[in-house]
Design a protein around this ligand. Sequence first.
Ligand code: IMP
Ligand code: MG
Length: 333
Amino acid sequence: MGATIVVGGFFGDEGKGKIISYLAKKDNPSIVVRGGAGPNAGHTIKDGDKTFKVRMLPSGFLNKNSKVMIGPGVVVNPDVFLKEVDDFEAEDRSFLDNHCGIIEEHHLGADSQGRLKEKIGSTGSGTGPANAERAMRTLKMAKEIDSLQSYLIDVPLEINSALDRNENVLIEGTQGTHLSLWHGTYPFVTSKDVTASGICADVGVGPKRIDDIIVVFKSYLTRVGTGPMNGELSPQETSDKGWEEFGTVTGRLRRAAEFDFELASRAIMLSSANQISITKLDVRFPSCAGSQSFDQLDSESKSFIKNIEDKLGVPVTLIGTGAGVNDIIDLRT
Ligand code: IMP
Ligand code: MG
């Protein structure tokens, strides 16, 4: 299996966290490593009756055999990181790179007001202002912070050595393709590139070492914050369809629309994705809730998936059928 990378194909919140936590359990990677912007990301993971919300640690932390790491391209809020390490009892297996940038109080302040908050609808997590300072070469790095000393590691070296030993490494993207600073709906985007190439650079692995690139799409589209979204539904239409969602980080109501093939096709191109994952199929088709085999699906849901494969020309290999980690149809060979 080698290196697998998972990226979002829409505007974030595609359900990557659930797919990644499943892969972390199923494929037993020795390392699960996060790229992406920073604690603006929010992943919700359900295991049995427990719900976890992560913003800093990789969503793969449920597998206690995996080391979880944060790549040097990610900006870290030490308070959020230390709290999650504590909450999820991941003290002895959580690591961050010496070169992770550090979010400080003044970044939070700058992100919670003015143009970023009002025009872009930022998450207020300090991620954008910290990345701006990184570009100015004034941002602090993790190795300068006392409380982080025991978690520091050379993440690129760890990953590449694990791959040399033929171990599995799961690389976790955050946000979604159309929030990419380079490829998204600028200026209504996040402060980093979040396509597969950007995520590779964040964690320090070259594109040639990646075996599988999985792009995750939800079975409908949502967007939180401002910026264009074709075919946007009214809040009433959204709730009539049962597509009402609230942000993990901000609690804001997400805007919703139909599955967008144009955005999906471009996301596949930008990340050279060779597999598609479709999440929340059960929200569209309640009869598939909890299904674990394709044969169990009704004809309407089957043709929804087939149509996606036909139009996008890439196989759908993982289908989410519920919030639980094991509510999934795994069609990988
Ligand atoms: P920022 O990344 O906090 O600067 O926010 C910029 C834009 O990206 C806003 O529209 C946010 O709502 C959106 N955004 C950032 N991170 C995420 C995410 O993880 N999921 C969904 N939207 C996000
Ligand atoms: Mg999210």
